[in-house]
Design a protein around this ligand. Structure first.
Ligand SMILES: CC(C)(COP(=O)(O)OP(=O)(O)OC[C@H]1O[C@@H](n2cnc3c(N)ncnc32)[C@H](O)[C@@H]1OP(=O)(O)O)[C@@H](O)C(=O)NCCC(=O)NCCS
Length: 180
């Protein structure tokens, strides 16, 4: 995909947000009505990809962590982290960044823009990182599970998700896959 006519910008308070509709009311409303408020309250920073007079896609990110309480039990957490780091038992949580929301305008879905943005986020948090950040997390909607799976995301606690009969699944991407 030729991205030369696309512009990626960090949302600022005075930015004029271009029209956006991804087919999901909650996600589409967020960018128009709530994203600036989240920015002001330091809850999340939103990035917009603009093209041809519309917002082609957006995502917002916040600090997060993966902690013992995200799992069914302490032993499950330690087994999971020690698989990744033999000395993983040192801490009860590990730093992450959460993709709070992410969506592509309906007119541009299925053209790999979502994948390009995920690659950008992965790169962004391992290049000259200002803070330690080991994982990307996302509460993925059921219709987007395959998208995240195809981009290397894994389920943190499949058994717990099933029990709760939830509408979103907690998934993560291990950023150290890109650094070793
Ligand atoms: C989910 C979303 C962000 C994906 O972005 P996209 O640019 O359309 O996705 P891509 O073109 O990069 O797709 C990559 C892969 O994910 C899969 N995929 C993407 N969207 C999918 C969907 N809705 N259902 C099933 N699989 C999907 C495709 O199989 C694709 O692989 P392929 O090209 O080999 O077939 C976008 O479709 C969207 O905004 N959907 C509506 C809102 C939403 O669900 N947001 C996620 C909230 S957590």
């Amino acid at each position: 995909m030729d991205l030369s006519s696309f512009r990626l910008i960090r949302l600022s308070d005075d930015h004029n947000i271009l029209p956006f509709d991804c087919g999901d009311t909650d996600l589409s409303d967020f960018i128009i009505n709530d994203s600036k408020d989240y920015l002001k309250k330091l809850l999340a920073v939103t990035y917009l990809l603009e093209h041809g007079g519309i917002t082609a896609a957006f995502f917002c990110v916040s600090n997060d962590r993966i902690a013992i309480e995200d799992m069914d039990s302490k032993s499950q957490f330690y087994k999971w982290i020690m698989n990744k780091m033999p000395d993983g038992k040192k801490y009860k949580s590990y730093p992450a960044v959460k993709i709070g929301r992410m969506a592509v305008d309906s007119s541009m879905q299925g053209q790999r823009l979502g994948t390009i943005l995920l690659d950008y986020i992965k790169e962004f948090f391992i290049t000259n990182n200002k803070t330690g950040c080991m994982f990307i997390t996302v509460d993925a909607y059921s219709q987007s599970l395959k998208f995240y799976e195809q981009n290397g995301f894994k389920y943190l606690c499949p058994a717990k998700d099933k029990e709760k009969n939830v509408t979103t699944r907690l998934m993560y991407y291990d950023l150290r896959e890109l650094t070793v």
